[in-house]
Design a protein around this ligand. Structure first.
Ligand code: SF4
Ligand code: SF4
Length: 403
């Protein structure tokens, strides 16, 4: 006699209209015991799947209607499709204090925290950061800054450094490369290992189909436009209350593109140095300086706005375990941007050495913690949106949903 799982597989294949020699049985994900966070998301999604009032809000609900049950891979995939906009909480007739206690933003945020930990590489760093994100971030930045200050002080250049503003006189170019290249390489490796594990786990649960060019283009546009931060109706998300606001989308955009511009400034400076042999410091209107100044200002405004919005958030949106990670990442980005701008304004002054140490300490701490917190959310979310763009192009396996 076939097992229940086999019958469900068969029903799914039938619903897809495939049969005979072409019949492709979609493997059901192995039933693993769910953690409390996974079980809570699965419980809530079962209620939502019967209700479906929030179908147009974001990518989570169309993905939900393609499922009758929610295994481990399903809930991690859907938690990373959610960006905690709060809209479904304010729309929900079953939200607390209703006995069903449907609170998707918090349940998803708690589970995303587990995603960062479960898929992190190496796992022990994921655990450490999850427990104390804000403290770890700031302590690391402080420790690295003090270390660099000590190194400069031993050379006697802590106050009143080179009047030319040439920071390579304090930290030679090759020394900076030897400090940052391994950290950058580690970040790329850790993020790649984490997202690879995530991808391998969610792919079978999201049709298993390969990525097509249209799916990649759609997911890329959703990431670059932060599409779902418009609330699904264009008026924005909720933040402090049930009013819609586009502030989060705008501050996210300033942060995202500010970071991208700063990265582009570093890449341009690298090309100047190695390809053209042009030595720093670069001044306006050079490309590294223009990109860096625009990126730094955008990043500082964006992170200040996101930090302020985070402190105003409605208490029912917030997963308390997640908040220190979010604030830690915002604080490090803000410190990196403002110390970079201060370094530019303070070049050639006696304070330059101290500003340089602060900026380098903040940048290094930011890079070292990137694979374990909010930045990882951007990577996992992009992967989830890509799987969503692939999955929605497949026939609905349960034949009940409305994409
Ligand atoms: S969040 Fe509430 S209103 Fe929205 S689909 Fe779920 S149960 Fe229905
Ligand atoms: S909180 Fe926002 S993004 Fe998350 S499931 Fe609800 S509507 Fe979608």
């Amino acid at each position: 006699m076939p097992s229940l799982a086999e019958l469900v597989d068969q029903a799914r294949a039938d619903a897809q209209g495939v049969g005979g020699a072409d019949r492709r049985v979609i493997p059901i994900h192995p039933v693993l015991p769910l953690t409390a966070a996974e079980g809570e998301v699965a419980r809530i999604l079962q209620i939502c799947n019967a209700c479906r009032y929030c179908e147009g809000f974001c990518a989570v609900f169309p993905a939900m209607t393609r499922r009758l049950e929610f295994g481990r891979a399903d809930v991690h995939y859907m938690a990373n499709l959610c960006h905690n906009c709060g809209a479904c909480l304010h729309a929900c007739q079953y939200a607390p204090p209703h006995e069903f206690g449907v609170n998707i933003p918090v349940a998803m945020a708690e589970l995303r925290g587990q995603t960062y930990q479960d898929y992190a590489w190496p796992p022990v760093l994921g655990k450490l950061y999850r427990r104390n994100g804000l403290v770890v971030s700031l302590a690391l930045a402080l420790a690295l800054t003090l270390f660099l200050l000590l190194a400069v002080a031993l050379n006697g250049t802590l106050w009143g450094g080179p009047a030319s503003g040439n920071f390579y006189a304090l930290f030679p170019h090759n020394l900076l490369v030897s400090m940052f290249a391994p950290v950058f390489g580690f970040v790329v490796l850790a993020l790649a290992m984490g997202v690879r594990r995530f991808w391998r786990e969610v792919t079978p649960a999201t049709s298993g189909a390969p990525v097509s060019a249209p799916a990649a283009a759609e997911a890329g546009a959703a990431v670059l436009q932060l599409k779902y931060l418009d609330g699904g109706h264009g008026a924005g998300c909720n933040n402090a209350d049930d009013a819609f606001t586009l502030s989060r989308r705008r501050f996210h955009h300033l942060t995202f593109y500010g970071f991208a511009l700063c990265f582009a400034a570093t890449a341009a400076a690298t090309i100047y140095h190695y390809v053209f042999g042009w030595q720093a410091p670069y001044e306006l209107p050079s490309l590294p300086k223009v990109l860096g100044a625009l990126g730094g200002a955008s990043l500082a405004i964006g992170t200040a706005g996101l930090g302020w919005l985070n402190l105003q958030r409605h208490r029912l949106h917030l997963a308390q375990g997640q908040r220190p990670m979010d604030l830690g990442f915002i604080a490090l980005l803000f410190l990196t941007a403002t110390s970079g701008l201060a370094l530019w304004l303070g070049r050639g002054t006696p304070a330059m050495a101290m500003l340089l140490c602060l900026h380098l300490g903040a940048v290094m701490a930011l890079f070292a913690t990137m694979p374990y917190g909010k930045f990882a959310h951007g990577v996992f979310r992009s992967a989830a949106l890509l799987r969503h763009a692939v999955e929605k192009r497949r026939p609905n396996p349960v034949g009940l949903g409305a994409d």
